[in-house]
Design a protein around this ligand. Structure first.
Ligand SMILES: Cc1cc2nc3c(=O)[nH]c(=O)nc-3n(C[C@H](O)[C@H](O)[C@H](O)COP(=O)(O)OP(=O)(O)OC[C@H]3O[C@@H](n4cnc5c(N)ncnc54)[C@H](O)[C@@H]3O)c2cc1C
Length: 366
């Protein structure tokens, strides 16, 4: 696809500064960096809007055709061409995004969405990329990373917490547990963001995000903001009305149960994590469970009973520990993983007459 853009002269809103610590894993650099505040204090979102990840050679506008990052009018975040998505997904595979932006505030997000719309570009939202399989050929359009939208505000009066879409859900789980607030203990082992958890209705240990969600702020491609209550989101097992839609979750409010002993709530939280570490393979890149559980069966059980544990195509392998995990054993391509998924699907269907449906979102051409 060719993109033409003929903007007026564009400058960043202030001088770009260099990132201090590039992360080797989507979640690594985030946890220490969220802005946490009590209700009533400003979370200083806009303060960060001028910082960018990479220094640019020139702050002047460079047309996209030149394949260099550029700024949109009024935005402090560069839109970058050809950004590899392998480093931004938990599978560590996938080709480049045609364009990539990681807004630091809702205003910059809105400007980016409007630009994509005006250019006729598809938009794909990327949280922590922990439930995605991105094609080796990459993705056309604009990939919007939410990783910098990570303010957190507590309202101790009513035990609610409001969190930006890019806040790691595991971090949020720990922060509320430290206050003795119950309700998110189960989320500590999920390596995704608040936004991804809301869209996927992430869950574990018989609980899910819909249980604690109050409402969600979304932005439409046209730039319209709306607040949706949990009952409007059509929540079911690992599904919500936000899936496959074009609205971007910017932040959400959760209702917790206050009054617990912080040490006990923390202990429960850590116990959940410990249990997962012994039952799930966290040592190699994956997307967690690949297939949805076809009730009343567990996908892992069906795959294991089909004799597929350890089965390998290229660098992708069905985990020996948990058969619903497909691991990147080091040099897997997205195509290896995709082919292994297809193979598992076919074998299970042949044996059980049950078609396993992917939980992982498959993006791009395969
Ligand atoms: C080791 C491991 C263990 C896991 N265990 C679990 C588990 O126990 N339970 C579970 O439910 N999942 C689990 N997962 C899967 C994954 O972590 C969850 O689905 C998580 O909620 C995805 O969040 P994310 O930010 O990574 O979303 P992504 O993978 O980046 O995106 C997932 C989908 O949500 C969309 N999306 C993301 N953010 C937004 C936003 N702000 N606005 C609009 N759309 C958005 C994306 O476009 C995509 O369609 C696991 C994954 C791994 C790697």
């Amino acid at each position: 696809m060719t993109i033409s853009y003929d903007p007026p002269s564009v400058r960043p809103t202030s001088t770009p500064r260099k990132s201090t610590s590039p992360a080797s894993h989507p979640l690594e650099a985030w946890v220490a960096d969220s802005k946490v505040s009590e209700m009533g204090q400003t979370s200083a979102l806009r303060d960060d809007a001028s910082s960018v990840e990479f220094p640019l050679e020139s702050p002047e506008f460079t047309p996209p055709a030149a394949k260099t990052p550029f700024y949109l009018p009024g935005s402090g975040c560069p839109i970058k061409p050809q950004v590899s998505l392998a480093g931004l997904t938990s599978y560590r595979v996938g080709g480049p995004a045609q364009w990539y932006v990681a807004p630091r505030c809702p205003e910059d997000l809105q400007i980016s969405l409007e630009w994509a719309k005006s250019e006729g570009l598809p938009v794909i939202v990327l949280g922590a990329g922990s439930n995605l399989l991105v094609s080796d050929r990459g993705l056309p359009g604009l990939v919007v990373g939410t990783r910098h939208l990570r303010h957190i505000r507590f309202d101790p009066e009513i035990a609610q917490v409001q969190a930006g879409a890019g806040v790691p859900i595991a971090q949020l789980a720990r922060l509320v547990a430290q206050r003795g607030w119950q309700g998110l203990e189960w989320a500590v082992g999920i390596p995704g963001t608040v936004g991804g958890a809301i869209v996927m209705n992430a869950g574990a240990h018989e609980s899910c995000i819909a249980d604690v969600l109050v409402d969600v702020d979304v932005l439409s491609p046209a730039g319209n903001a709306a607040r949706l209550g949990v009952s409007e989101l059509g929540y079911r097992y690992r599904t919500s009305r936000l899936q496959g839609g074009d609205r971007v979750v910017t932040q959400a409010t959760f209702q917790l149960q206050p009054g617990g002993d912080p040490q006990r709530v923390m202990a429960t939280t850590e116990a959940h994590l410990e249990r997962r570490r012994t039952t799930q393979p966290y040592h190699l890149p994956s997307c967690g469970s690949v297939f949805r559980n076809p009730e009343p069966y567990k996908a892992a059980w069906l795959i294991e009973q089909t004799g597929l544990k350890g089965y390998q195509i290229g660098g992708a392998q069905v985990s020996q520990l948990h058969a619903n995990f497909i691991l990147n054993c080091g040099k897997a391509t997205a195509s290896d993983i995709y082919q292994l998924m297809r193979y598992v699907q076919q074998q299970v269907e042949q044996r059980w007459s049950i078609r396993l449906e992917p939980e992982v979102k498959i993006l791009g051409e395969f």
